[in-house]
Design a protein around this ligand. Structure first.
Ligand SMILES: *[C@@H]1O[C@H](CO)[C@@H](O)[C@H](O)[C@H]1NC(C)=O
Ligand SMILES: *[C@@H]1O[C@H](CO)[C@@H](O)[C@H](O)[C@H]1NC(C)=O
Ligand SMILES: *[C@@H]1O[C@H](CO)[C@@H](O)[C@H](O)[C@H]1NC(C)=O
Ligand SMILES: *[C@@H]1O[C@H](CO)[C@@H](O)[C@H](O)[C@H]1NC(C)=O
Ligand SMILES: *[C@@H]1O[C@H](CO)[C@@H](O)[C@H](O)[C@H]1NC(C)=O
Ligand SMILES: *[C@@H]1O[C@H](CO)[C@@H](O)[C@H](O)[C@H]1NC(C)=O
Ligand SMILES: *[C@@H]1O[C@H](CO)[C@@H](O)[C@H](O)[C@H]1NC(C)=O
Ligand SMILES: *[C@@H]1O[C@H](CO)[C@@H](O)[C@H](O)[C@H]1NC(C)=O
Length: 642
């Protein structure tokens, strides 16, 4: 058994090494200044973010506190302390209050947390311009918050009701999705519907024209009931319930979902039997019309690769509407199981019986690109967020923001069916993994929660590509375009070529007359680097170096008519000369070539000191310099050998 499983793992790993061509981020960026972060006073095991549009603030729930932070400058407006109640019955328990849920619920903010393994919720009235926040005890939080922050939970507030998945017991058992509190009756799941689930996300798809048929979708992974050797132990799912579901009648299925259906969420390459089965995170790109909404799901696999699959919400929903019910052979009763009805208590028993015994759909939910994920990577991504941006060409582009397990953020352009990795940014000096991310699309900011701090990624940091029009265009960043003020976020009317990244567009912008055009050409051509002079005596080893800016460009050296490739390190393109000879003197240019653009990055001139004036003073400096160069060349070679 184990051998077969390992064989499949190896095969998958091999196929992936073929599929994951060198998907490297084009640029490696850094975000410096301290106003882009908020350090916490202590590390949080767990943190949750909630964006409150009304007050334009971000709520951060951590260990024993809730911070209310100004979206503009990440300044703490309010710091509310929450202390766990003392528990007499259990002296080994943690006595921390770890905040696990923050939701807007019935005109206030609901804050729930572990409360020393006795989950409890508070009602918080957020700070407004005149008043500071008020907080009051609200209710028992069992089934809303987990008992410890390491346990799984998901929550969703919709129209005055709170839906949640959290274990009822301290041991983590009885974990399922329920409607817990609010204006409607409480409803929960039938025990046998899922096995050892991990809930990832829940969302409502609004149908303003038809609220009766609004559905709540729940995404999770669970134990695979197929225990055959080649099957993955885990399987990912999407489930659906009606918002108006009140449960069954007093005599049958009282307070149990009468509309629950689930389907397999597939992400993989069916032709190769290669599946990514472990759902990690989900982001829903909602549209005005729910049918146009898209679900982005991040998966991992047993062979340590990750994939992003993209689903149409309409196609996903159609599976529930059209598929047969797994292992159910008889005629489908009416109303069809899963149909939303005004009063679920009066549903016929036959309909509920199918829900009870056969809630799984036969058909699978497949991504928009049926036979492959949108993006496969060897990076261990853990979180996903997607933004929609209007570029200079007035088209809309989707930009994915993926967090790696070492805390990097990858910014990825959705280029049709391909992924283009614009950049990777390190926001935190440690390599701690990201706990949570929230996007504020309006302000073009991504709030990223690490154990020790909250960091803000400015999504329109166009200064990073400001050196020339070509640098700006090659970036293919829909948030930025080249204008007379350089590379800026004011993209309207700017020069940009998201589709191909080709830079000829930088010269094509004919102005109203020829004079204007020449002026524009000058301003959009890249600056020629200053020539750096080096004097090196014959026979000494020497090297020249040139910084690698774009990981998608090819770097090389020109010396006279001679072309040589780089000795490439992670961040530099080097030219190594073991012993300087007559032919090595002269000019060197380090050039980079990317798409249709050749850039002169560095220029050097190597000179023979003997040809120089025979002033002894100069000779001494030359000797000093050569000693330095020898040692640095040796250092370099030693470094490379290691
Ligand atoms: C919030 O308040 C608590 C208790 O007063 C304090 O320990 C903590 O350092 C404060 N946190 C921040 C980020 O100001
Ligand atoms: C944030 O800045 C905008 C304008 O820059 C301002 O209108 C708004 O009041 C500020 N919000 C807060 C919470 O300070
Ligand atoms: C703010 O509070 C003060 C005193 O508490 C009150 O006099 C004033 O009217 C309040 N202002 C607003 C805008 O509510
Ligand atoms: C947080 O982590 C600390 C140790 O790292 C642990 O003692 C504590 O119990 C954890 N708190 C929660 C609420 O899990
Ligand atoms: C996956 O990663 C884990 C730990 O990082 C390692 O032990 C395991 O061998 C890896 N598996 C494969 C198939 O590469
Ligand atoms: C990927 O990251 C997650 C979260 O940090 C971690 O639990 C998991 O072990 C990592 N997987 C690999 C293969 O390193
Ligand atoms: C599936 O159901 C939808 C209604 O949600 C319907 O419009 C569509 O035609 C159905 N597709 C098939 C193949 O039956
Ligand atoms: C970008 O470059 C332009 C000139 O091309 C300059 O005027 C502008 O100040 C630069 N902007 C930044 C943020 O460096």
């Amino acid at each position: 058994m184990r051998l077969i499983w390992q064989y499949f793992l190896l095969l998958s790993a091999f196929l992936l090494s073929v599929l994951c061509s060198r998907e490297v981020p084009r640029l490696t960026l850094r975000q410096g200044t301290s106003d882009h972060r908020l350090p916490y006073q202590r590390n949080f095991n767990h943190s949750v973010f909630f964006l409150h549009e009304e007050t334009q603030t971000l709520f951060i729930g951590g260990l024993n506190c809730v911070l209310q932070v100004n979206l503009n400058d990440s300044h703490v407006l309010e710091n509310i302390t929450l202390i766990a109640d003392r528990d007499q019955s259990c002296d080994k328990c943690s006595c921390e209050y770890a905040v696990t849920v923050i939701e807007e619920f019935q005109d206030s903010i609901l804050v729930c947390g572990t409360n020393g393994e006795h989950p409890k919720c508070w009602k918080l009235h957020p700070r407004d311009s005149n008043h500071s926040s008020e907080i009051e005890e609200y209710m028992d939080g069992t089934g809303i918050s987990p008992h410890t922050s390491s346990q799984n939970s998901v929550s969703l507030a919709v129209d005055g009701d709170l839906y949640a998945a959290a274990p009822l017991y301290r041991e983590g058992t009885s974990l399922q999705f329920r409607r817990k509190v609010g204006s409607q009756t409480s409803v929960w799941m039938y025990d046998s519907w899922i096995m050892e689930p991990t809930f990832i996300s829940a969302f409502l798809a609004r149908r303003p024209e038809d609220p009766m048929h609004e559905k709540i979708y729940v995404l999770f992974r669970e134990k695979n009931s197929d225990s055959s050797p080649e099957a993955d132990p885990w399987i990912s799912r999407v489930a659906r319930v009606c918002k108006v579901d009140k449960g069954g009648s007093k005599s049958f299925f009282q307070n149990i979902w009468t509309s629950f259906l689930k389907a397999r969420l597939v992400c993989g390459i069916p032709g190769e039997s290669l599946y990514f089965n472990r759902l990690q995170d989900v982001f829903v790109l909602h549209s005005k019309d729910w049918r146009d909404s898209q679900v982005y799901a991040l998966f991992s696999s047993s062979w340590n690769s990750t994939a992003v699959c993209k689903y149409s919400l309409f196609e996903l929903d159609a599976i529930f509407e059209n598929s047969t019910f797994k292992d159910y052979e008889e005629e489908i009763p009416s109303p069809r199981p899963g149909t939303c009805v005004k009063d679920s208590r009066s549903l016929p028993t036959a309909t509920i019986n199918v829900i009870k015994n056969h809630p799984e759909m036969t058909d699978w939910v497949r991504p928009i690109q049926k036979d492959s994920p949108f993006y496969i990577s060897n990076n261990n991504y853990t979180r996903i967020v997607v933004d929609r941006v209007q570029a200079a060409d007035e088209k809309m582009y989707n930009v994915l923001l993926l967090a790696t397990d070492s805390g990097m953020i990858h910014k990825i352009l959705e280029d049709g069916s391909k992924a283009f990795i614009i950049s990777e940014t390190r926001l935190c000096s440690s390599s701690a993994s990201v706990q949570t991310m929230k996007l504020n699309s309006e302000k073009r900011k991504l709030f990223v929660g690490y154990p020790g701090q909250m960091s803000v990624l400015d999504l329109q940091k166009c200064q990073d590509y400001n050196a020339s029009c070509q640098d700006c265009v090659l970036a293919r960043d829909p948030y930025c375009a080249w204008t007379e003020n350089g590379c800026t976020s004011q993209t309207k009317g700017g020069t940009q070529n998201i589709a191909t990244g080709e830079t000829h567009i930088c010269h094509n912008n004919a102005g109203p007359n020829k004079v204007m055009r020449i002026k524009r050409d000058v301003s959009s051509s890249s600056p020629v680097p200053l020539k750096i002079e080096h004097t090196v005596p014959m026979g000494f080893p020497y090297y020249l170096s040139c910084p690698i800016e774009s990981h998608h460009a090819t770097y090389y050296w020109m010396h006279g008519n001679h072309y040589s490739p780089c000795q490439q390190t992670l961040s530099d393109c080097l030219y190594l000369i073991p012993a300087v000879s007559e032919a090595d003197y002269g000019e060197y240019t380090c050039e980079s070539r990317e798409r249709d653009y050749t850039k002169k990055v560095k220029k050097y001139n190597l000179r023979d000191p003997e040809l120089h004036t025979r002033s002894s003073a100069l000779k001494i400096t030359a000797q000093k310099e050569s000693v330095l160069t020898v040692s640095s060349a040796v250092l370099f070679i030693v470094h490379n050998l290691i």
